[in-house]
Unconditional design. Sequence first.
Length: 265
Amino acid sequence: MPTTPFDLTAKVAIVTGAARGIGLAVATVLARAGAHVVLADITPAAFAETILEFEAEGLSVEFAALDVSDQQAVDRLVADVAARHGHLDVMVNNAAIIDDSTPLTVTEAELDRVHAVNFKGVVFGSQAAARVMIAARSGSIINVTSGVVDVAIPAVTGYSTSKAAAAQYSRALAMELAPLGVRVNTLAPGWTDTPMNERHVLRADGSIDPERKAAYVAMRAASAPLGIAGDPMDQAYAVLYLASDAARFVTGTVMRANGGVTMPW
Ligand SMILES: NC(=O)c1ccc[n+]([C@@H]2O[C@H](COP(=O)([O-])OP(=O)(O)OC[C@H]3O[C@@H](n4cnc5c(N)ncnc54)[C@H](O)[C@@H]3O)[C@@H](O)[C@H]2O)c1
């Protein structure tokens, strides 16, 4: 018997976009809590180092190449995991990409590119997981959105609109699935130190400028009421809560792990 509701022993989880950043932290925390975790990413080569670290810790994981914007591939992976393990308990739709477009300049191509991953990827992952979870009348779907759903940012327009769509979709899905025993929640991270944000501090040769990076992280920390910038593990522990039986009464919520940055004033 689990001694704590955060114990995920015997549970099976899929985490998309798990090769780095928040997805990697989420996969690590869920595996350390006892789950068998399937790490899925469009760049599986990035798993090479991670495999050794997971092995060294003795965690139960497997790795899959997956483009979340490919509905058939998502369906195949989820069905395969459920068939091999007999169940799927946790689905974390985390994979995303970002743009730097403004509302006035965003192009149709950019909208299509970003929405295909950030919005449709969430829909495809949620639907595939829901089919398995409804049959079991049990499961937790966690869709990673962003603090951008709470504020107006005159950049990243493809990203912010895709995240708003994913947030609204998740709320509606939570209503549809609640009577069927499946919980759906969103995680809305505030600024978190991951490779996604390093595009702002790159040198011309593509390497990271450590001084610019330190200044950027400090600026982000100063903008949050708690005075700190997010670490991927801050997001991962929030996902652990939503994934676990500790959150059995929680659905349709937005978990904001963001240092208080979107508190009303
Ligand atoms: N870092 C932040 O400040 C922040 C803030 C708010 C929300 N988020 C959200 O958190 C999640 C993780 O972000 P991150 O900062 O770790 O990003 P990241 O760019 O560091 O990692 C994203 C991962 O997703 C993978 N990926 C991209 N496209 C994919 C696809 N089509 N199919 C499968 N995998 C794909 C990438 O290969 C990468 O491993 C995203 O949903 C992001 O929008 C991040």
